[in-house]
Design a protein around this ligand. Structure first.
Ligand code: ATP
Ligand code: MG
Ligand code: MG
Ligand code: MG
Length: 465
């Protein structure tokens, strides 16, 4: 079953249960300074959940575009994480509660998706006996496939909060780590989390106590790409029809083959993921730039360019994938096709700019290496690696890669010290740095922990894992 069909069936199913189907909101949050990106189906519906607005119908379903940069390190490594994904969700604003949410999730998965009930497990909060009874007695999930987990509680500081229940699908022994204790919660992706049902039933009071809410809400989220990987019985989200054409196009352009070499595969997955994110972000009006959301997109694109280098790309290539994303996703999201030319231009310009900087930096690095050699040494000074980073945005990995190719080491400790010294200076002169929006930092690698922490904090605030 194709991704588009899953999306359609999900929305039709909940429409048949009297839900209003909402189109996806923009990735850019409206009136919500606590969020950088929309990162869950519930996020654009917050005014309904906290009572600021009343929806015409308390039952809502959607397929929502989401961005989660806090998952970036997982992209290409796990089978299940992207920075951009679609979340299918059904929501009840003070209307139905646990019983219906559980009944319908089960009905959709087993009857409409045809999943084998034997392969489904669920987690619940340790104190949520109500959910246990529903899963066990009403639905018939055997006790050994119901897991009580402390983490299954959703809250964002004070305000509405509650337990959640997650549904996992067993993808089979051959997709697992093989350890005897492997089960739900194992790091290998054999047991794949597909759907999270949040039961918002308490108010978290300022004094730390919890009291029942007069009107309880339901907020659920199912990852479309994960569901597609299950329905298509493939190894990862990247092997579904939602990704394969993008991966194939990138592989063909690079002259490599997908599924041959882990290093290539990781690069292809990262590229396919990041270009999707960029296409949708630019489509929603976020251009690469130096601040906030724009900065995230700049860094994602530059990260993709760097992975592209591992595949041998030394000229702009990402922009050529934009129409492929349009082919895969354009029917559901016409905006990315309508704005296709604009997106192509934005992506290409960013690639060109970054490649220029990289080329300049490489020239400088060659000079450094030459000096190291003629002095009869084998290690590039940390200071020099730092200068490359500071002026040309060369992540340390890239410097190491190029130096190592020529038999030269890099003094990483010296680099770290120079970086720390710079941070100290920056702290001392915070105002100057802020007003300058200096080039420094703009090109900093996405892995650099210094700036992403803040976004992660923002992002994870809306949902508990
Ligand atoms: P995980 O534990 O696998 O990281 P999560 O618990 O963080 O997932 P939720 O916040 O519960 O995810 O989001 C609801 C659903 O959205 C998940 O059950 C999953 O199907 C999907 N989802 C979450 N994060 C991602 C992602 N980075 N890429 C693709 N799908 C995702
Ligand atoms: Mg979850
Ligand atoms: Mg989880
Ligand atoms: Mg997560």
């Amino acid at each position: 079953m194709k991704g588009a069909e899953i999306r359609k069936k999900f929305l039709e199913f909940f429409a048949s249960k009297d839900h209003d189907v909402y189109p996806s909101a923009s990735l850019v949050p409206v009136d919500d300074p606590s969020l950088l990106w929309i990162n869950a189906g519930m996020a654009p519906l917050k005014p309904f959940f906290d009572g600021r607005k009343v929806p015409p119908n308390p039952r809502i379903a959607s397929s929502q575009k989401c961005i989660r940069t806090n998952d970036i390190e997982n992209v290409g490594k796990t089978a299940r994480h992207q920075t951009f994904f679609e979340m299918l969700g059904n929501f009840s604003i003070g209307d139905y509660f646990k019983k219906e949410a559980i009944d319908w999730a089960w009905e959709f998965l087993t009857e409409h998706m045809g999943l084998d009930p034997e392969r489904l497990s669920v987690t619940i909060h340790p104190e949520d006996d109500e959910a246990y009874e529903l899963w066990h007695r009403r639905i018939g999930v055997p006790a050994h496939r119901i897991f009580r987990m402390e983490d299954n509680f959703w809250e964002i500081g004070e305000g509405p909060s509650g337990p959640c229940s997650e549904i996992f699908y067993d993808r089979g022994e051959d997709r697992g780590c093989g350890r005897p204790e492997c089960n739900v919660g194992c790091e290998c992706d054999r047991f794949l989390e597909i759907w999270n049902l949040v039961f918002t039933q308490f108010n978290h009071n300022p004094d730390g106590t919890y009291t029942p809410l007069p009107k309880k809400n339901i907020d659920t989220g199912m990852g479309l790409e994960r569901m597609a990987s299950v329905m298509q019985d493939v190894d990862s989200n990247f092997d579904t029809d939602l990704f394969r054409p993008i991966i194939e196009a990138a592989a063909e352009a690079a002259g490599v083959q997908y599924g041959r070499k882990t290093q290539w595969d990781v690069a292809l997955k990262v590229i396919a993921d990041h270009i999707r994110t960029a296409v949708f972000a630019v489509g929603d009006g976020v251009l690469p730039g130096n601040e906030g959301r724009s900065y995230v997109i700049r860094r994602l694109l530059r990260r993709a360019v760097r992975y592209g280098r591992n595949l041998g790309f030394d000229r702009p290539f990402l922009y050529r994938l934009v129409p492929v994303v349009g082919e895969v996703m354009g029917e559901a999201y016409p905006e990315i096709v309508e704005k296709g030319d604009f997106i192509v231009r934005a992506v290409k310009a960013e690639e060109e700019r970054f490649l220029e900087t990289l080329a300049e930096g490489e020239q400088v690095l060659e000079d450094y290496i030459e000096k190291v050699r003629s002095a009869g040494r084998t290690t590039l000074a940390g200071e020099d690696a730092f200068r490359l980073y500071d002026t040309f945005g060369f992540p340390i990995d890239l410097t190491k890669e190029i130096a190592n190719e020529q038999g030269i080491d890099v003094d990483e400790e010296g680099f770290a010290q120079a970086l720390e010294a710079q941070r100290e200076r920056a702290r001392a002169a915070r105002q100057d740095v802020e007003s300058m929006q200096s080039k420094r930092g703009v090109l900093v690698d996405l892995e650099a922990p210094s700036r992403f922490v803040g976004y992660d904090v923002l992002e994870t605030q809306t949902r508990v894992e």
